[in-house]
Design a protein around this ligand. Structure first.
Ligand code: PGA
Length: 246
């Protein structure tokens, strides 16, 4: 199975546009073994719920408690009741602009998994000093996020390797380095759990994925798909990306 997770961030600003994008996805013929997960802003989740036949519904974030006195927060329980099946956790834009720590990311991961949902856990370094070495920080982010998570829950996590310097810059990582990062992440998971569990966790690449490069990432055996930001919010470019995988 290959995954295409579309993170619309705050690029999509009304429910009409969200619906148009989702309809375009539904009309695009895809292989059966390609799973598309659409992650609109929270407000537009209801507009996409119930319509999905060809995509899964995701959210871009979640609060770490499942209910209680937390003004303004959106819980995993609320998302689940709307039909959300996947939740992005630990996106670098939240880590860096909103102060999300590894501990917060871990708690969010627990909240998502405790309700039986799937998590898309984002990890990635801000800078890469040695272009050939995947920074140890990535491994640390993985270890801290999975700390204490049971094996059977870990299997419901999709890890997205997203080097921060590649996000929104038009400068993607190379497919080779993305593969090295995916193998490194899987090795860390095998150390925490075992090879069988590590093999069940999908590992994606994200950061300036577009129609020109998507096939290079997805065609690699060790990379289970892509997380697409900006390019997934432009109808033609997202449809073309999906067609590349058809
Ligand atoms: P981008 O974003 O595709 O716009 O680089 C990817 C992401 O941040 O998820």
């Amino acid at each position: 199975m290959k995954y295409v997770v579309a993170n619309w961030k705050a690029y999509v600003t009304d429910s009409e546009t969200a619906k148009e994008l989702a309809d375009a996805v539904s009309r695009t013929k895809k292989r059966r073994d390609v799973a598309v997960v659409l992650c609109p802003p929270f407000l537009f989740v209801p507009a996409l719920a119930g319509k999905r036949t060809s995509y899964a519904l995701g959210a871009q974030d979640v609060f770490w408690k499942t209910s209680g006195p937390y003004t303004g927060e959106i819980t995993a329980d609320m998302l689940k009741k709307l039909g959300v099946t996947h939740v992005i956790v630990g996106h670098s834009e939240r880590r860096h602009h909103l102060g999300e720590t590894d501990d917060i990311v871990h708690q969010k991961l627990e909240a998502v998994l405790s309700l039986g949902l799937k998590a898309v856990l984002c990890v990635g370094e801000k800078e890469r000093q040695d272009p050939r070495a995947i920074p140890a920080l990535v491994g640390e982010q993985v270890k801290k996020a999975f700390n204490g998570i049971a094996k059977q829950d870990a299997e419901r996590v999709i890890v997205a390797y997203e080097p921060v310097w590649a996000i929104g810059t038009g400068m993607p990582d190379t497919p080779d380095d993305a593969l090295s990062a995916a193998l490194y992440i899987r090795k860390i998971l095998a150390d925490i759990y075992d090879t069988r569990t590590a093999g069940k966790v999908a590992v994606l690449y994200g950061g300036s994925v577009d129609v020109a490069n998507v096939a290079d990432f997805v065609s690699q055996d060790g990379v289970d798909g892509v997380l697409v930001g900006k390019a997934s919010t432009i109808k033609k470019s997202f449809v073309d990306i999906l067609k590349r995988l058809a």
